[in-house]
Write a protein that binds this ligand. Sequence first.
Ligand SMILES: Nc1nc2c(c(=O)[nH]1)N[C@H]1C(S)=C(S)[C@@H](COP(=O)(O)OP(=O)(O)OC[C@H]3O[C@@H](n4cnc5c(=O)[nH]c(N)nc54)[C@H](O)[C@@H]3O)O[C@H]1N2
Ligand SMILES: Nc1nc2c(c(=O)[nH]1)N[C@H]1C(S)=C(S)[C@@H](COP(=O)(O)OP(=O)(O)OC[C@H]3O[C@@H](n4cnc5c(=O)[nH]c(N)nc54)[C@H](O)[C@@H]3O)O[C@H]1N2
Ligand code: SF4
Ligand SMILES: [Mo]
Length: 893
Amino acid sequence: MARTVKTTCPYCGVGCGVLATRQPDGAVSVKGDPDHPANFGRLCSKGSALAETLSLDDRLLHPEINGARASWDEALDLVAARFSDAIAEHGPDSVAFYVSGQILTEDYYVANKLMKGFIGSANIDTNSRLCMASSVAGHRRAFGSDTVPGTYEDLEQADLVILTGSNLAWCHPVLFQRLEAAKAANPALRIVTIDPRRTATSALADLHLGLAPDTDVALFNGLLSYLSENGYLDEGYISRHTNGFEEALGAAGACDISRISEETGLSRQDIARFFDLAARTEKMVTVYSQGVNQSVTGTDKVNAILNVHLATGRIGRAGMGPFSVTGQPNAMGGREVGGLANMLAAHMALEDPAHRSLVQSFWQSPRIADRPGLKAVEMFRAVREGKIKALWIMATNPVDSLPDADGVAEALKLCPFVVVSDVTRAADTMDYAHVALPGAAWGEKDGTVTNSERRISRQRRFLELPGEARPDWWALSEVARRLGYADAFAYNGSAAIFREHAQLSAIGNGGTRDFDIGAMADLSAGAYEELPPFQWPARAGQSLHDSRFFARGGFFTPDRKARFIAVTPIELRKRERKYPFVLNTGRIRDQWHTMTRTGKTARLTSHIAEPFAEIHPEDAAALGLRDASLVEVKSSYGAVIVRAQISDRGNKGTVFVPMHWTDQFSSKGRVDAVVAPETDPHSGQPGSKFTPVSLKAVPARWYGFAVMEQKPELRGIDYWAIAPVANGFRLEFAGLEAADFTDLAGRLAGGTLAGAEITSFRDDASSTCRMAYWQDGKLRAALFFAREPVEVSRAWASGLLRLEAETPASRLRVLAGRPAADMPDNGALVCACYQIGANQILNAARGGACTTEAIGQLLKAGTNCGSCRSEIRGLIETVLTEEKTNDGIAKAG
Ligand SMILES: Nc1nc2c(c(=O)[nH]1)N[C@H]1C(S)=C(S)[C@@H](COP(=O)(O)OP(=O)(O)OC[C@H]3O[C@@H](n4cnc5c(=O)[nH]c(N)nc54)[C@H](O)[C@@H]3O)O[C@H]1N2
Ligand SMILES: Nc1nc2c(c(=O)[nH]1)N[C@H]1C(S)=C(S)[C@@H](COP(=O)(O)OP(=O)(O)OC[C@H]3O[C@@H](n4cnc5c(=O)[nH]c(N)nc54)[C@H](O)[C@@H]3O)O[C@H]1N2
Ligand code: SF4
Ligand SMILES: [Mo]
């Protein structure tokens, strides 16, 4: 009988509830959980495609030592021995853990406890350092605690939602859909986006502010002065609940719109409109994410935002508040267990001796770390300098995601002992593992995660553990046992760990700390199994209810008052002539980070299948760069070679490259090899959105595109990017030297296709060469070569494999590179759920379907997960502009 389990999506911090159904034949399907308060049944494209990512193809299923299969006992004995040797010889600070917001709270709790309480070092840091550290630091400076005051409902109850440094439409799609629905229901709701690029999110905005990179502090400081000068402050709130207002206002200076315009590059009109809107709209929410956090001035950006909300008392009330939306599914859970190198467990402070002794006595641990450990970037620097003798990396892929990523790879090569816990073997970091430990993946692991609005939900298991995969908490506890701490790590399951975590959160709390889930301290295994999603705080003896913080003050500082922080804009770094552009990096709709899961499904790779650089048309013209040619993006750290995408979405002088591509999917697309390892002085978070770079056209002699059933051997190809399609792979490639296309095709496709029949077409004048390989009457591979970027309809070609064609004429049609007249070209995929392409939407819009609803009725596009609705809106916009222009031409004519 089919069995349905309620669980939580393992991707973004929205934390959507998922119903996973497993059929008796093992087939899994997923849909949104209508009862989950984060999504009420919705899922985005990534969530909807979860079932397609469960294949065991590239799973790591057994422990390995130096690449050879080993038993768990051998592997764990070795890990324990190498860690204890290093500790004995060089002290506890010679070892480190680098973990992730993608492990469960229970895994995280155990990792933190082992390092801080038993090994006695705070050298545990996490990829949340690259993600949320500036928000944590900003919150702690202002509130005395790392508290997100609001709830998702606030976005729906607000009259003004400011989205700054957030591409919500692509990165928190379900929350974006809730906002979209709220705007439809309340036309008075205004949306402002602040981002150096126009994005799918800004398509919904009433006002888009395309500010110059890293000038946010000037803008929000300006707003603070404007509010003060025009009588919009909440004097009562300021005097009752805060300190330091005068200093903050002093630092912001007088509101001089001309100066702000100069600093931010925004027009005076836009700035004035924004300030006026913000001043007059009490119900205001400011949502912010990586455009704010990932900056060398990230913490100051956060506090500039918090200052504005504190000064107007717009915090903790319905429809009001600053809102840091978290990236990973369990970024918040990691903060709750104190997984960062400068935090203690349960939101307690590492620098507070009372907190330290409280935690130590609760753990009954032999020691407790008493000073902050190494933060991610410092940690890998220390590895490189030989100071870290043993390192355990868990659920993160630092050779792709840390800045100066080639330097990170170098460091790992030099490190005497590296343990990597992952679910896949196809992760670039695996190449550096002395010991590889197979983790339990989504669907197999069991525990809790906390989403952006402090809601704790269960991730539940609905699949058996494959091979010898084990939960991460288990591997950590087994190593702890071997280090001599069996009693403190004798967990029989995740329920026991969660209970301990809940108990610790309540000890000595009494309302003095924000994080308290004491109500769960005695949870039985059965109740844990059934645990419905709940928001914290959930203090013992108080009824569970959704709640906000700080409407009536009650901050977690010694005097319970919030602190305004005086912040000043940084001097924008003078760029050397050698590196005249600013590299901005971030996400695309259908990929998740380093693509270890979302890169496996054709449904998700068909949206964007190749790494690219978004370059302004004027810059491209000056550089002689053509659309779809190849470009090298280079900094003093490293370089990538990606496809040039000429677009005026970003400001002149800036270039955007997605963060996702790795050595598994591209020849040279790891953008973090280019990103500078400069960090914010307060949070240690890298400025991943701002690296001075140069751009250069790559002189490709020829370009190729191919679809093939078998994965080709790509060594020796100068440029390539590969992605899955139905029945095989699609490949973009290019060469710097002249090549014999027939030879090359033979090498790439022919090797595995002995005896295949070949249809080919050659035009030497234009260096065009096209070849199709047939076996048993079916298409097995098609390759297209040309001197210029290959013009072949990718959407059409991606569906060709295993096409049946017997006659020479029908076989030749494949070489045309686009569908025959009787087969429409659907264009680039927009709607992943119903596989609807851009051309279909454009045609429908030209036929009069000029709203997303009308398109939905006609084509179904955008009616399932809704992640593509912004793009549909953009396409409709294109058609409407066409019509306006045509009207104009007609009238002029
Ligand atoms: N599809 C998808 N969704 C994801 C993820 C994913 O990998 N794929 N990852 C998840 C994770 S872990 C995270 S942290 C979130 C991140 O979610 P977001 O922060 O929304 O995503 P990013 O694309 O990294 O960056 C957001 C925007 O910041 C802008 N920006 C750059 N510089 C500045 C600046 O100086 N000022 C301002 N105001 N804006 C600037 C960028 O142009 C970009 O559009 O997404 C989560 N959701
Ligand atoms: N240039 C640039 N760099 C960035 C960013 C950016 O915007 N620009 N964003 C940064 C941000 S916000 C983030 S969050 C990071 C993300 O960067 P990473 O954390 O490096 O990226 P992921 O691909 O999510 O890596 C997670 C790994 O854990 C594995 N995994 C998944 N589940 C489990 C599990 O349960 N157990 C174990 N043991 N392994 C598991 C996956 O297979 C994968 O290999 O990237 C950061 N790097
Ligand atoms: S918005 Fe999408 S990726 Fe994020 S939790 Fe929901 S379904 Fe998953
Ligand atoms: Mo993140």
